[in-house]
Ligand binder design. Structure first.
Ligand code: TXA
Ligand code: MG
Length: 331
């Protein structure tokens, strides 16, 4: 897999030209966005879109998000553009909000997994915007990882997951948001996948995981977003309590990595303790990098300190819950 840098204006331009050339030729390219890296293809070319599913090993009943670089481009992908969509787009785009709307017949069925709705967003990453503008067509792009893995937040994660399956990855630095966009069903006014733009802020309903409602969105199976190691989420006041949590869950202290944000269990014999700032935005930005690091280290168990309550953390709680394989008491 070729990796191109965007570090200088000249390299950025070379990478954008090369990415657009491949995309125009019906190839797939891994590109940076502000949320996570995406594996992009021409959304209007069925054969190109099928390559995305192949490269990821993604089941073809899981629809893709279509990325645009203007409201006009979004409108061309939908059958109706309600005033609510226009308001949301003007307020949050470009940014980490995906709108689910009625699909236009011009978008191939492969993109939407045969469904009559389409998920659309206008990403804020300058490279992604430059490539969409150069191509002149929207880009269908799921996260740039093999199906069921943790999404990539830097180009090294992309290479580790997709090397040999994709001709080009573009290095756009570390993703600024760090978890995937909020997915909003505009017509039902419900959040299908929580993210850093909260349901509260959108004035939409947030189905509770306890009611199993997250499964409404075809891709939101609980086993997604999981690292290889087993994840245990809990609370502790000191290192001894953290150790006991691991032992009670059948783990080995010397095979466990800890991700903490408040109570740091020092000198407890863990293989590693990562501390992420106690701030939702900083936490989201760092989380996937830490999960990838845990897997790279060969840890068997990841002990994660329970995140706080409140809407700022709902996207993070959702991803941690999924990483832990489903329901977590009190979360
Ligand atoms: O931040 C993001 O959204 C990243 C970047 C690359 O933009 N993309 C991303 O794509 O996370 P992916 O494919 O990993 O997740 C897309 C999610 C899936 O859960 C999928 O089921 C849901 O969006 N989705 C796509 N189309 C949908 C539709 N028409 N109705 C309901 N859910 C849909
Ligand atoms: Mg994904």
């Amino acid at each position: 897999m070729k990796v191109l840098s965007t570090e200088t204006a000249a390299l950025f331009e070379i990478a954008a030209v090369e990415a657009a050339r491949l995309l125009q030729a019906g190839e797939v390219v891994a590109v940076p966005t502000e949320t996570v890296y995406g594996l992009a293809a021409n959304a209007l070319n069925s054969a190109a879109v099928r390559k995305v599913f192949e490269a990821k090993g993604r089941p073809n009943n899981n629809p893709l998000i279509v990325h645009v670089a203007s409201i006009e481009m979004a409108r061309a992908c939908v059958a109706e553009w309600p005033s609510r969509a226009d308001e949301l787009a003007r307020k949050y785009w470009p940014g980490p909000l995906t709108l689910v709307l009625r699909k236009s017949p011009t978008v191939p069925n492969e993109v939407t997994a045969g469904g009559d709705t389409i998920a659309i967003r206008w990403p804020s990453h300058p490279f992604m915007q430059a490539v969409i503008r150069k191509c002149g067509f929207p880009l269908a792009a799921p996260s740039a990882n093999r199906s069921n893995e943790v999404s990539p937040t830097n180009v090294a994660h992309v290479v580790a997951s997709l090397d040999g399956r994709v001709p080009l990855a573009v290095d756009g630095g570390h993703c600024q948001v760090g978890i995937e966009s909020t997915v909003l069903d505009v017509l039902g006014n419900r959040v299908l996948r929580p993210g850093m733009i909260s349901a509260d802020e959108l004035g939409a309903t947030l189905p509770t995981a306890a009611r199993g409602e997250f499964l409404q969105s075809p891709g939101l199976l609980e086993k997604h977003y999981s690292p290889r190691a087993r994840v245990v989420i809990g609370e502790w006041q000191n290192a001894q309590q953290a150790r006991e949590l691991v032992l009670r869950n059948g783990g080995k202290i010397e095979m466990t990595r800890v991700i903490a944000h408040e109570q740091i269990p020092a000198d407890a014999g863990f293989v590693g303790v990562a501390v992420i700032p106690h701030d939702a935005e900083a936490y989201a930005r760092a989380l996937y990098g830490e999960l990838h690091r845990c897997d790279e280290s060969g840890a068997e168990l990841i002990l994660i300190e329970k995140p706080p309550a409140g809407p700022d953390w709902e996207g993070i709680r959702d991803r941690l819950r999924r990483a832990a394989g489903g329901h977590v008491a009190g979360m």
